[in-house]
Design a protein around this ligand. Structure first.
Ligand SMILES: Cc1cc2nc3c(=O)[nH]c(=O)nc-3n(C[C@H](O)[C@H](O)[C@H](O)COP(=O)(O)OP(=O)(O)OC[C@H]3O[C@@H](n4cnc5c(N)ncnc54)[C@H](O)[C@@H]3O)c2cc1C
Length: 461
């Protein structure tokens, strides 16, 4: 029998653990990642020459980061690792890669998608001003190169990353003017029973909050009507709390409203999707072990549904075991069951997080007509609403065809969550009823010269 050609996309916790399991039985998977170094988001490593210690970079998670990086370095001679390589398309059991500026194709017999997540972006007045970042971008600046985004920074949005990042920034010496949380204290209280399913993680979250308060950082929960203003750059941020407006001077804002799975490659690989109420997102169907609806395609980690870094490591191992089983190899069924149980326990905690940090429910109703939703194509909320009202549009791809929303460089990765909320709210439908934007290659921007070379090569052939 031919050797299987196994490709793993993503060298974060899920991808590295999957590669470890496969290499342990003598297989040699290809591990592709667009980053320079392995580790993914949470265990992101700085470029060579940067010297912050693991403790400074990863805080409480430094032991886990060290363990993952160590595993990866041991794996290197047993896998085909391809850093700085973007997978921009998946078509007919073949991936299209941009490998350090060169276009290449990579056929596979088995594909493991460990592509992680990005911030959920919800626009607010001033969100396009220079000085406004996503929480994720602000964290990348700190982790990758030891930079902070301003000298008087406000963190705003919802989700555990809000407090974690404020803590990481403050510990690194940045001045945090305020943390503005759109979720309420009472919502968090109601989520306590589920959050207690992972008491250690809950304790860390409470520690970050207490630390920030003890160090004089203003923390306001239950805020709404956020607006940033300034001429060329951020100057102030305002918000409402209990109907009263407040304003604060600042020179940078980091915002984010939870995370969204990166699912475009699963879509191009032909996976069937279903709406996931917990994640409030369309996700590729998968069984507990990570098998998708397409034979030979597996999903692990945040790319198949947000569950955090510990779950990503477990899910990477679990999906690799499923793959081995599908290849006819003997696996220890007890190990599969142990991983399944651990993953289910984490799901309980995950429910708690979603209840504690929901995306703002009134956002789509309150978003002003002049607000730009799709920044690539400069489409406003008002233009989307007009198409819904005049053309009777009730489906996402129709909305895209009529307005170009999600048709620009980001291919909807940034704007589709907000556009879907506007469509659903204006049409009086649920997110399930309006469907989802279909994935289109290239899933991320690549240089024009590569695109030109590619299309002339295709014309010639
Ligand atoms: C911006 C951000 C910051 C976060 N910070 C924290 C934190 O500080 N603490 C915490 O507990 N959790 C954090 N999380 C959540 C945490 O990162 C995840 O739970 C965990 O990293 C999931 O692991 P993973 O392996 O599924 O994905 P990731 O760690 O995200 O790894 C995915 C990898 O896939 C690669 N990739 C994706 N698409 C492609 C493609 N098309 N071609 C090539 N490579 C690709 C990426 O470069 C990345 O290295 C963060 C999430 C995000 C999005």
């Amino acid at each position: 029998m031919n050797e299987p050609r196994i490709v793993i996309v993503g060298a974060g916790p899920a991808g590295v653990r999957a590669a470890e399991v496969l290499a342990a039985v003598g297989l040699r998977p290809v591990l592709v990642d667009e980053n320079q170094r392995a580790g993914g988001q949470i265990y992101r490593q700085p470029p060579a020459g940067f010297v912050r210690s693991a403790k400074q970079l990863y805080g409480f998670e430094s032991a886990k980061a060290d363990a993952l990086h160590h595993t990866f370095s041991q794996l290197l001679s047993h896998i085909d690792y391809r850093p700085e390589t973007l997978v921009w398309n998946c078509d007919g059991r073949q991936l299209d890669l941009l490998d350090r500026g060169q276009q290449r194709s990579l056929p596979y017999s088995h594909l493991m998608l460990c592509t992680g997540a990005i911030d959920r972006v919800l626009p607010f007045p001033g969100w396009l001003l220079p000085g406004v970042y996503t929480l994720g971008a602000a964290q990348v600046a700190l982790k990758a190169q030891g930079c902070v985004i301003g000298s008087r920074i406000v963190m705003v949005g919802s989700g555990p990353l809000l407090y974690l990042l404020a803590y990481q920034y403050a510990k690194a010496g940045a001045s945090i003017a305020a943390v503005l949380d759109t979720s309420s204290f009472s919502g968090k209280l109601q989520a306590t029973a589920d959050l207690l399913k992972q008491p250690l993680t809950l304790a860390k979250g409470l520690y970050f909050l207490a630390w920030l308060r003890c160090h004089g950082v203003k923390v306001v929960e239950g805020v709404d009507k956020i607006a940033v203003s300034g001429e060329q750059k951020v100057k102030t941020i305002s918000w409402h709390k209990n109907g009263r407006e407040q304003t604060l001077e600042c020179d940078a804002v980091a915002s984010g409203f939870g995370l969204r799975s990166e699912t475009q490659l699963a879509d191009l690989a032909g996976c069937v999707f279903e709406f996931n109420q917990l994640n409030q997102q369309w996700l590729p169907q998968r069984d507990l072990a990570g098998r998708s609806s397409v034979k030979g395609v597996y999903l692990a980690g945040d790319g198949g549904g947000i569950a955090g870094a510990d779950a990503a490591e477990l899910a990477g191992k679990r999906a690799a075991l499923a793959l081995l089983e599908d290849l006819g190899k003997t696996i220890d069924p007890r190990e599969g069951r142990r991983l399944d149980r651990a993953l289910q326990r984490i799901q309980g905690f995950r429910r708690g997080l979603e209840r504690a940090f929901p995306a703002p429910v009134a956002w789509a109703r309150e978003c002003a007509d002049e607000e730009i939703i799709c920044r690539c194509e400069e489409i406003t909320a008002g233009e989307l609403r007009r198409v819904v009202n005049h053309a009777g549009t009730v489906e996402m791809n129709r909305l895209k065809a009529l307005t170009r929303v999600g048709m620009g460089r980001c291919q909807g990765r940034v704007c589709s969550a907000a556009a879907a909320e506007i469509l659903a709210c204006s049409a009086g439908k649920s997110l399930t009823e309006i469907g989802r934007l279909r994935g289109q290659p290239p899933i991320k921007p690549f240089p024009v010269v590569v695109g030109v070379a590619l299309s002339s090569a295709r014309e010639t052939s």
